[in-house]
Each structure stands twice: as C-alpha cells, then as structure tokens.
Write a protein that binds this ligand. Sequence first.
Ligand code: XIL
Length: 512
Amino acid sequence: MSLVKRCRHSRAGVVPALLVGALALATTLVGGPATAAQQGTLHELAAAQGRYFGSATDNPELPDAAYAAILGSEFGQITPGNSMKWDTTEPAQGRFDFAKGDVVADFAQQHGQTVRGHTLVWHSQLPGWVGALPSAQVEAAMTNHITEEVTHYRGAVAAWDVVNEPFNEDGTFRTSPFHTAMGSDYIATALRTAHAADPDARLYLNDYNIEGLGAKSDAMYALASELIAEGVPLDGIGMQAHLAVQYGFPYQMRENMRRFADLGLDVAVTELDVRMRLPADAAKVTTQSSYYQQVVEACLAVERCVGITVWDYTDKYSWVPGTFPGEGAANLYDENLAPKPAHDAVRTALGGGDDGGGEDGDPGALKVRYRNSDGSGTDNQIKPGLQLVNTGGTAVSLSSVTVRYWFTGDNGASAYNSWCDWSPIDCSTVTHRVVAVATPVAGADHYLEVGFTTGTLAPGASTGEIQLRLNKADWSNFDESDDYSHDSGTSYADAAKITAYVGGELAWGIEP
Ligand code: XIL
C-alpha cells in the first residue's frame, strides 16, 4: 500500500493537517497575556516542554466522529490499541494483514501525529500457530514477523514496543513460546531484528508495574544495562502505567525513570490510565487527578522522558471495565467525551501553573539541544534533530534567533539542499540554508543555519523537535565523524558545539 511511501521522510508533505496544528501552536506560543494553562491542547502544552502527549486508539472507535475529532486535535501521538498486534498482523504463518494498522497510521499522518507501534513480541494476543510451532522454528517465525511488520511501517512508526511484558511480578522472565525456545536471548534478537528492518525507529521494551522502584523494575534495569553493555540496539523503556487509586502511586517514579535515563535510554509513559472501583466518588476522583498529575510531573522532571500516552482518552472506549470487573472511570474524559478533573490536573501539570524552573536567569538565555537522527555517519545526508529551549526569565522572539550546525562538506559539490522534515512548531515557520565558512577551520567549512519566521518562546519553553536534513547537490557521501557539531548521541542532550544567536549575538555554545 502507498502509506509507507508517502510517509517516508516526507512528513513535511502532510502540510494541511500539520499546518492546522502548528497554527494553533503558534497561537499558543505567540499569544499575548494568556498563559499556556489557559489555551493550547494537551499536546501543545507538552510540546512546549519538549514532550509529546498521545493517546491509544482502536479501529472500531474511529468512525465515531466526535471521538475522532478530539483524538485528532488534542493529541500529538497515537498508539493502536490492538491493530498492530501479532494476532491481527499475522493471523496465520506467513499471511500478513496490515489493513487495520494502516488505518491508524493513515489517521496519524492526516493529523500530523507520530505513531508508537505496539507491539511486536508479546505472549498475549499471539495467534495459536506460534505456540504450536516446534521450538526450533520459533526464532525464525519471530524474526520474520518483526522484519515484515517493521519494514511495512518504516517511516510511519516512530517507535516500537519491540518486546512487551517480558517479566513476571517478581522480576523473573515470563514464560512464553519465545522464552521457551530461546531463553532471554529472544529479547536481544528481537531488538537487533527490528533495528535491521528500520534503523531510524526508536526501539523500546515495555512493561507494567515497572513505573516505581521495585523487584520488577530492578529486573528491567538489569536487563537494559546488560543489553546496552552488549551493544544491542535499545533506545527506551516504556512504562505502561496502568494505575489504580486503590493500589497507591508507584514508589519513587521519578527516581526510577531517572536511573533508566542515566543508562542513556529514553523513557516513555506508554499506556497511562488510573482506574478505580466503581462507583466513583469525590475522594477517588481527587486521588485519580493527583496520580495523573504526578505522572506528568515525574516525566517533566526527567529530561529523557520523551512523552506520555494515555490508554485511550475516554471512559467510552476504556479497556478497564472489560478486564477488571467492577472498576472503571479511568480516563481523562468521561463517556460523553467531556473532560474530567484529571484532564485539568494534566493541563496544569503540563505548563500552566507549573513552577518547574526557567523563571530565573538571564533574560533571553537560550540553549540548543541536539540528537543525531542519522542511522549512518558516512552516507549522503546529515540529519540533526534540534530543540531550542528558553532558559531565561523573559520571552524570546524566535524571529531574532538563528542556530548554526557546523560541519565539513568533504569532497563533492559545493551546492547544498536542506530540509525541515517535521517540527511541532511547523516546518513552514523554520528557515534553513547551508552557508560556506569564509575561513574554514578544522571540523567546519560549512554550517547549516536555521532561523524562524515567527513565534515566541516563553520562559522555560522549548520549540520541540526540529527534524533537519541536508545533502550535497551531487548526493556524494559525507564523513560526519570529524564534523564539529556532530555527536553520535541519538537522544536529546545539550549541545555546546551547536551555536545559537539572538539578534546576531552569540547566546549559546562555542564556535569552532
Ligand atoms: C489491551 C487492549 O486495550 C484491549 O482492547 C485488548 O482487548 C487487550 O489488550 N497492556 C498492553 C496493551 O500492553 O496491549 C493492552 O491493551 C493493555 C495492557
């Protein structure tokens, strides 16, 4: 089908939907006296903090126009609740069916949303034929499944839950056809296979009851440490966060997130909901709001926490009543799609009354954050991801700001093309060009200069990710290893070798 081709490296092509989102965002950022808490969608508020805010969805829900309207406008990321699972995508061995997953991916593309792919390898919603295979055939079936699915969604799925729920509550490995056939090695094999099929996708291990410190999160931490030491391509840990008011808030969630972040991993809250025993009452609703708020606060406190996904946004389509009899009311919106107190709590935590820093410091202070989005340092493109953050106490007008990414052109043509592939502030507001350095120095004979046509960065706010790309006119290769601004880190970090200027004056970084 055409979805993949259309999506691949061409998210700027999704102009109408993105433009609508970006105009709304621009209104938020440029807006006069109103604060972020008074306007902006959940995703816009999160994007201003460098995060996404997303929701699960499912194919039977999408024809509900009122539901789809909120899904498409309030959220910047979606996860298919079921339609990318193995029982749907490969119901019989070798017979692949991506029709339902494609519907969700198309919805995302039309609404300028990213997709978390869920999930490739899981003991549940696994068709019977996998468990019936002789052990010796399970690995080949698993790698084939991963290769086919990840290849199909290349460019359309930004992050994959490669393995879901690998652990028991006590931290031992869960029994599954995969574990039985390969032992815990199946996890490294799954990650390597997914990486080979799409080197640009962010690869996660996902589980529940690993939100706080405890035996199960210790086991995930040990596994992640081991995989990293072995050079296995692992980018992040997904914490499902199916919480319940009667079980208390996870123990030390931020400290737990931070230890994974300190391993160099991203962290994502992937399936947040907060259920309660029915009927709801005021006390339960208050506790629920506080849990939602605490999850947002934990994520914002840990730089590597990239975003939050709620496991559907409305009680109308929650999985909770069907799975936990007598429980429900777990979501941000009620069954009539009206926002609940938890929704306000999330909004407040995301930006409004937040006192999370950024209010002190030098007026106009900026920093640049960078990640390397390029699978290869020796191919014909350079792909920096940038974020600009206002670390000062006053708003910065983006049209006065430029940023320089310094590199060497190596041999080849002197003409360049540059691209903005995607940004929550909308690429149509981002200018970019390659400039030759008058007196080249080691590591820099050119720079990519990025500017902005409009927008204001409030104190503490971030532009969110700006996905940039450049190539030479003759498409000859680069050797990025000696480039001044180049770094191999694939997750966002402060970048002193990428410089930023306000009104032409150096405001961040060190020039080469
Ligand atoms: C759930 C879906 O929401 C339901 O529709 C389905 O019947 C069962 O699975 N953890 C996960 C998700 O990783 O895949 C589960 O989704 C919820 C728990």
